[in-house]
Design a protein. Structure first.
Ligand code: E4P
Length: 215
């Protein structure tokens, strides 16, 4: 499973990239706004740190405007991916960009039908939001299982980015379900490698060692 970082914070990306855990980055307008920096500058900086795909989302809602925006963003860095909303205009833009060899990530996917439409339109990635579905009492992970089956059934090249990840179980269950990628907030990442029994084990080993060496 590939891990993307779901953040636009450059310091966080640099710190976690040192661990060899970052295969790519996803951003959205809310994450960019939180940084209070110029959109292009942030995306270019992230693209220079992480060699993998970096998603940058268009703001336009009309297909022709989306395409204009996408073509400009696509020139910012070779590894930039155009993130588009799951709308009719977004599907049109996805299809047009795929024809030009520009990579896309169709975002705000909440149903299997939406994922199927985006894959058929030629999306490189689709982003189903598991946390936001859980929030309304619908199983986000069930959607991941459905999308994985659909993609495998028809041999789509589209990869699933499990998004809106809120907890450790989301990551574990997404991996079991065969999600290709999980995009994870930096703050959640330590819960993937930490376990209280590991800490207790280290403490016990060191105290036994110190007793033996007379410390
Ligand atoms: C990623 O592409 C999404 O924008 C992100 O995972 C959304 O997460 P949220 O539901 O926690 O805002």
């Amino acid at each position: 499973m590939k891990f993307f970082l779901d953040t636009a914070n450059v310091e966080e990306i640099k710190r976690i990239a040192r661990l060899g855990l970052v295969d790519g980055v996803t951003t959205n307008p809310s994450l960019i706004a939180k940084e209070g920096r110029d959109f292009k500058e942030v995306i270019q900086e992230i693209c220079s740190i992480v060699p993998g795909p970096v998603s940058a989302e268009v703001i336009s809602t009309k297909a022709e405007d989306m395409l204009r925006e996408a073509e400009e963003i696509a020139q910012w860095a070779p590894n930039v991916v155009i993130k588009l909303p799951m709308t009719e205009d977004g599907l049109y833009a996805t299809h047009a960009l795929a024809a030009k060899g520009i990579k896309t990530n169709v975002t705000l996917i909440f149903s299997a039908a939406q994922g199927l439409m985006a894959a058929k339109a030629g999306a490189t990635y689709i982003s189903p939001f598991v946390g936001r579905l859980d929030d309304i009492g619908v199983s986000g992970m069930n959607l991941i299982r459905e999308l994985k089956t659909i993609i495998d059934n028809y041999g789509f090249k589209t990869e699933i980015i499990v998004a809106s990840v809120r907890n450790l179980a989301h990551v574990e269950q997404a991996a079991i379900a065969g999600g290709h990628i999980a995009t994870i907030p930096g703050s959640l990442l330590p819960s993937l490698w930490k376990h209280p029994l590991t800490d207790i084990g280290i403490e016990k080993f060191l105290s036994d060692w110190n007793k033996m060496s007379g410390k």
